[in-house]
Design a binder for this molecule. Structure first.
Ligand SMILES: C[S@@+](CC[C@H](N)C(=O)[O-])C[C@H]1O[C@@H](n2cnc3c(N)ncnc32)[C@H](O)[C@@H]1O
Ligand code: SF4
Ligand code: SF4
Ligand code: SF4
Length: 407
C-alpha cells in the first residue's frame, strides 16, 4: 500500500509543564491518565520511532516532540531518540527532528545538541513582554518573557533553526503591527507562525474555564472541543482578521522573501493547489498526536475520549490513518462545510478553517460556521489581489518579492 504523507506530534513528558499559561488547555490532558509519571518510557519511545519509520518506508520522517513541555523529559531522552532513529532507519530513509518548546529551560548543552542534530525548534513567544507576560506565566503567575528571550539567544548563539510560534489572544490581538515589528526588528526572527486562541467551552463551564480550568475547590475540568461560548482570553473574530491584515500589509511592503509568515506562505501555496497547513486544507486527518503512554489520537486538538485511534505498541500509523474512523474525521472537514462556505469566494484559501472552531452560525442560520469566519473572510479578501499578483510573477519566472516594487 502507498504510504500517506502524515505528521505526528508526540508528548514525551505528557501534559507536564513548568509554566502555567492561562489559555493552555493542553495542561488539562493529564486528567486522561491515572496519576503517576507522565514520562514516555524507553519501550514506548522505541515503539514510536519504529512505527514512524515503518509507516514511511521510503519517505522522509520527522520526529516532532511537543507537550506539555518536552524539555522536561531531559536531554538523554532525545539523545536516545536520535540514536534509535539512526539504528532503525532503512537505507535511504532520512530522519529529521523537531521540538516545540516554551524555551525557558534551554541552555548551552541543549542548544549544542539541537544544533548538532539539526533540530528545527518552534519557540513560543507572544510578542513583546507587555503582551507575552499577560498569559504566558509560570506556576507563581509571573511573566516568562525574559526567560524565553534568553532561550532564543541560546538558540541563536548555537545556530539552531528556529520558528517563532505566537498565539494571538485577548492581550496582543489589537496590536498586530507592534507584535510583528517587535519580532522582526527587536528579536530578529525570520520564521513566524500565528495561532488564534479560541478556547471554546460549554456555557455552563465558562466560569471555571475563566479561572484556568481549576475551581476554588480544586475541581479540574478536562478540556474538550464542545460548547459555543469562548473564554475572555480568546481572540475575537474581527480582531483576528485585523491582526492578520495589519501584519500582511507591513510584510507586503517590506519583507516578502526575507520574513516568512506561515499564513502567507500557505495562502500562496494554496493558489497553486498545495496545502501546507491542515487548518486551511480541504480535508485534514493526517496530523496525529501521540500521548506519553503511546496512545494515538486523531489530532493534537482532539486528545479526548472518542478520538483515540490506537496505541503505538499495537497499531501501525499507516493503518490508523487509513482506518474508517480517521478517514471520516478528515473528510468531515469538507463534507460538513456550510452553504455559506461552499459559495464563499475565498474558500480556495480558507476551506472553512479548523473543525474545532466551527461552532458558530452561518448567515443562513446553519450551525457549524467557523467562529473566526468574519476574520478569515476579511484577511483572505484583503490579501487575495496581492497573492494573485505574486502567483502571476512566479508563473512568469520572476520572484514573489517583486510585488514590493509595484507599490
Ligand atoms: C501546548 S504548547 C506545547 C509546547 C511548549 N510547551 C510550548 O509552549 O511551545 C504548543 C503550542 O500550543 C499553543 N497553545 C497553547 N494553548 C493554546 C490554545 N488554547 N489554543 C491554541 N494554541 C495553544 C502554545 O502557545 C504553543 O505555541
Ligand atoms: S509552556 Fe506550553 S504547555 Fe506549558 S502552559 Fe504554556 S503553552 Fe501550555
Ligand atoms: S482538526 Fe483542525 S488542527 Fe486538527 S487536523 Fe483538522 S484542521 Fe488540523
Ligand atoms: S471565510 Fe468564512 S465563509 Fe469563507 S470559507 Fe472561510 S469560514 Fe467559510
Amino acid at each position: 500500500m502507498r504510504s500517506l504523507p502524515f505528521s505526528v506530534v508526540s508528548k514525551p513528558a505528557g501534559a507536564a509543564c513548568n509554566l502555567d499559561c492561562s489559555y493552555c488547555f493542553f495542561l488539562s490532558k493529564e486528567l486522561l491518565h491515572d496519576a503517576g509519571s507522565q514520562q514516555m518510557s524507553p519501550a514506548t519511545l522505541r515503539a514510536f520511532v519504529a512505527n514512524q519509520l515503518d509507516s514511511h518506508p521510503d519517505g522522509e520522517v520527522t520526529l516532532t516532540w511537543q507537550g506539555g513541555e518536552p524539555t522536561l523529559r531531559g536531554l538523554p531522552f532525545y539523545r536516545e531518540a536520535v540514536r534509535l532513529a539512526e539504528e532503525l532507519r532503512r537505507p535511504g530513509q532520512r530522519v529529521t527532528h523537531a521540538l516545540q518548546t516554551n524555551g525557558t529551560l534551554l541552555d548551552d548543552d541543549w542548544c549544542e545538541f539541537l544544533a548538532a542534530e539539526g533540530f528545527l525548534v518552534g519557540l513560543s513567544v507572544d510578542g513583546p513582554a507587555e503582551f507575552h507576560d499577560v498569559h504566558r506565566v509560570n506556576k507563581a503567575g509571573r511573566g516568562t518573557h525574559a526567560q524565553v528571550v534568553r532561550g532564543w539567544e541560546y538558540l541563536q548563539r548555537h545556530g539552531v533553526e528556529t520558528n517563532v510560534l505566537c498565539t494571538v489572544n485577548s492581550a496582543n490581538g489589537d496590536h498586530g503591527l507592534r507584535v510583528y515589528r517587535w519580532f522582526r526588528d527587536e528579536l530578529g526572527a525570520r520564521f513566524l507562525q500565528f495561532i488564534p486562541i479560541v478556547e471554546r467551552v460549554p456555557a455552563e463551564d465558562l466560569a471555571l474555564a475563566e479561572q484556568g480550568w481549576t475551581g476554588p475547590d480544586g475541581a479540574r475540568l478536562l478540556y474538550r472541543q464542545a460548547g459555543n461560548a469562548v473564554t475572555s482570553r480568546s481572540v475575537g473574530p474581527a480582531q483576528w482578521g485585523r491582526f492578520l491584515c495589519e501584519v500582511f500589509d507591513e510584510w507586503r511592503a517590506r519583507d516578502v522573501g526575507t520574513v516568512f509568515v506561515q499564513h502567507f506562505d500557505t495562502m500562496l501555496a494554496a493558489r497553486f493547489g498545495q496545502y501546507s497547513l491542515c487548518v486551511h486544507a480541504p480535508e485534514c486527518g493526517t496530523a496525529l498526536a501521540v500521548e506519553h503512554n503511546g496512545d494515538i489520537y486523531s489530532c493534537d486538538h482532539y486528545v479526548e475520549p472518542g478520538h483515540q485511534l490506537g496505541n503505538v505498541h499495537t497499531d501501525a500509523f499507516s493503518d490508523v490513518l487509513t482506518g474508517p474512523q480517521q478517514r471520516a474525521f478528515g473528510s468531515a472537514k469538507r463534507t460538513a462545510l456550510t452553504a455559506q462556505c461552499r459559495r464563499c469566494p475565498v474558500r480556495w484559501a480558507c476551506h472553512g478553517g479548523c473543525p474545532k472552531d466551527r461552532f458558530g452560525t452561518s448567515v443562513d442560520g446553519e450551525d457549524g460556521q467557523n467562529h473566526l469566519c468574519e476574520g478569515y473572510f476579511q484577511f483572505f479578501t484583503h490579501s487575495s489581489p496581492t497573492v494573485e499578483r505574486m502567483a502571476q510573477l512566479l508563473n512568469s519566472g520572476r520572484t514573489a518579492a517583486e510585488v514590493m516594487r509595484e507599490g
